[in-house]
Design a protein around this ligand. Structure first.
Ligand SMILES: Cc1cc2nc3c(=O)[nH]c(=O)nc-3n(C[C@H](O)[C@H](O)[C@H](O)COP(=O)(O)O)c2cc1C
Length: 202
């Protein structure tokens, strides 16, 4: 089984979502000899934004690309292949300014590729990247789950993954982390318990 582990927090060792995503991966690999893990740190090794230059590189035949275009396409292809190859994905997803980090959005822009991960026909959109299990480690300073203020964060991430055909999506959540030391500790403990429940239920 191939597991892709993504982190996007800019807070390094102080990050709550990194702590939770690592716990999810540990729980997933516990007792499994057949698991292959790839790790991508979207904060320290940020993907460039999908841009006009990306479009031009994609539209240029491989033998005519300059060095920057060849680099751009190699990055795009590797990111897409890694996503397509994964049977399971763990995504560390903090809330920054009511949304996901822009580094995580840059990854989404690389994996949302017409004809590869979604398509449209006369019946509307169709996801082409189904069959994967995803666990989102979601963190926030405030309380947003189920609220309008959370829509551009967790709800958006779930929306995009579903659009790509992924239906098996779980969220491990620690929110209200800015409410003080005790609420933070309680939220992190509850999220750890949620991870244990998820993996004992499997
Ligand atoms: C740049 C930045 C923006 C943030 N914006 C929000 C926000 O809009 N709403 C919120 O509830 N918390 C916000 N927070 C708090 C984070 O969601 C909280 O610290 C959470 O633990 C971040 O996850 P992390 O520790 O994995 O980075 C923000 C934090 C940072 C660093």
């Amino acid at each position: 089984m191939k597991l892709l582990h993504l982190d996007s927090s800019i807070l390094g060792n102080a990050s709550a979502s990194r702590q939770l995503s690592a716990s999810v991966v540990d729980a997933w690999k516990n007792g499994r000899a057949d698991i292959q893990i790839s790790y991508r740190d979207l904060a320290s090794d940020a993907l460039g934004h999908f841009s006009a230059a990306s479009l031009v590189a994609g539209g240029t035949p491989a033998e005519l690309r300059d060095a920057a275009q060849a680099h751009e396409m190699a990055l795009a292809e590797k990111t897409l292949e890694e996503f397509l190859a994964a049977d399971a994905i763990v995504i560390g997803a903090p809330m920054y300014n009511f949304s996901i980090p822009s580094q995580l959005k840059a990854w989404i822009d690389r994996i949302s590729v017409a004809g590869k991960t979604f398509a449209y026909d006369e019946n509307g959109p169709k996801g082409l990247a189904g069959g994967k299990k995803v666990i989102i480690a979601s963190t926030a300073g405030g309380l947003h789950a189920g609220q309008a203020s959370g829509q551009a964060h967790e709800d958006y991430l779930i929306l995009v993954l579903r659009f790509l055909g992924i239906t098996d999506i779980q969220v491990v959540r620690a929110e209200g982390l800015a409410y003080g030391e005790e609420p933070k500790a309680n939220a992190l403990r509850a999220a750890q318990e949620q991870i244990e429940t998820l993996f004992t239920a499997v």
